[in-house]
Design a protein around this ligand. Structure first.
Ligand SMILES: [Fe+2]
Length: 388
């Protein structure tokens, strides 16, 4: 791959959906669905958001736009293949024609996966890997209500394969929605424990996107912006939950999402997927645990970008690589500390005996392809051991 002097790709494409962002914008979800030609909306969300009142707001907006809707909340964290199949049956049974996903990564990835199956048929595992989707999906509007997933702008969908206890990673331009609609007001009801752990997902998206071998000038801009927003607001958002800080986390998630959707990810996510599949564990927490060791592993091959990142975050390292490295490690450490996310695989219930198999599975994950430093099974196992 041809590279620019700043180690970004020479030729590239950058794709994002239409983006609507702002407090109170959830009231526009009906207008968005109608604009996409929908008459009967398949609304995918979860019970937590229903109780918080956001589903009701979305339903009112759909009714105001003159649309019918079917509500589907048969989704759990780390959405499962059978939950997707249940959604597909409901979609067909009611003759829906547009999908709205409202929630965190689970609801949005589920909405994407339902969209894949309603127009392409088969089982969700048929679409694992890059570019396996043939037929166009129904119109899709995604509304994130956490501060980390980036699913609302990304070309990825992650679904749990319950038979083999692993995650299916689908990558296709088709799964990026038509419209990404963020209403930062919805973060007001996000439970405390998810503020930090979803923000660490955004943190790992931004870091991995920045160091990815497929990074471009445009993805770098968004990755750095995300990291700056996290640096300025994560600690305050976790401890005080002021609306401005919460909104900054929503913006960070959006920028990190645009970055990783176009440059892909790396070893953190390649390892996080099998761990999440086997233990049904929180995705942001797994990333928070793995990120320091993966960055340490990458450092020898990302020295130029490391300096650029230090500069982007406002650290003046003046060409001193070890100073830049120190500043980045300090930033990372303080963000992870502030997030309150767990710091060891043991603490989230991962069993040491499973580490070799997790390393083997990560080698097959699509995210490993864009890691800045190649890794074999032993390298991955070493990262897991150090994160244990
Ligand atoms: Fe992620």
């Amino acid at each position: 791959m041809e590279k620019n002097p700043d180690n970004t790709l020479h030729n590239y494409k950058f794709e994002v959906p239409e983006i609507i962002f702002g407090r109170g914008m959830l009231s526009q979800v009906g207008a968005c669905a109608r604009r996409l030609g929908g008459k009967k909306v398949f609304l995918v969300s979860d019970k937590g958001l229903f109780h918080a009142g956001w589903v009701d707001q979305a339903m009112r907006s759909l009714l105001d736009a003159g649309l019918e809707f079917i509500y589907y909340d048969g989704i759990t964290p780390n959405p499962k293949d059978h939950e997707i199949e249940g959604g597909v049956r409901e979609y067909h049974r009611h003759g829906a024609d547009v999908i709205v996903g409202l929630g965190g990564g689970s609801s949005m990835d589920a909405a994407k996966a339902i969209a894949i199956l309603v127009s392409n048929g088969g089982r969700i595992s048929d679409y694992e890997g890059p570019d396996r989707i043939i037929r166009p999906l129904p119109p899709l509007v995604l509304c994130p209500t956490t501060c980390g997933t980036g699913s609302d702008v990304s070309q990825f969908a992650i679904i749990s394969d319950t038979e083999h206890l692993r995650k299916i990673c689908i990558m296709s331009r088709c799964v990026a929605p038509d419209i990404s609609l963020t209403d930062p007001n919805t973060l007001a009801t996000l439970p405390d424990e998810f503020v930090g752990t979803t923000a660490t997902d955004a943190l790992s998206h931004a870091m991995e996107a920045f160091f990815s071998i497929a990074s471009t000038t445009l993805t770098d801009v968004h990755a750095i912006k995300a990291l700056r927003l996290l640096s300025s607001s994560l600690s305050n958002a976790v401890h005080e939950r002021k609306p401005d800080d919460m909104e900054n986390l929503a913006r960070a998630s959006l920028h990190a999402g645009m970055a990783f959707s176009n440059s892909m990810l790396g070893i953190v996510h390649a390892l996080a997927h099998p761990i999440g599949g086997l233990y049904d564990a929180n995705h942001g927490s797994i990333n928070a645990i793995l990120l320091p060791e993966v960055i340490r592993y990458d450092i020898p091959v990302v020295t130029e970008k490391l300096q650029e990142l230090a500069w982007g975050l406002g650290h003046r390292a003046n060409g001193d690589i070890s100073a830049a490295n120190e500043r980045i490690q300090e930033t990372l450490d303080s963000l992870l500390e502030a997030s309150g996310a767990p710091r060891s695989l043991r603490s989230i219930g991962v069993l040491r005996k499973d580490l070799p198999e997790l390393a083997r599975q990560a080698l097959k994950d699509v995210c490993i392809v864009t890691s800045p430093r190649e890794a074999d099974e032993e390298d991955l196992l070493r990262i897991l051991e150090r994160s244990y």
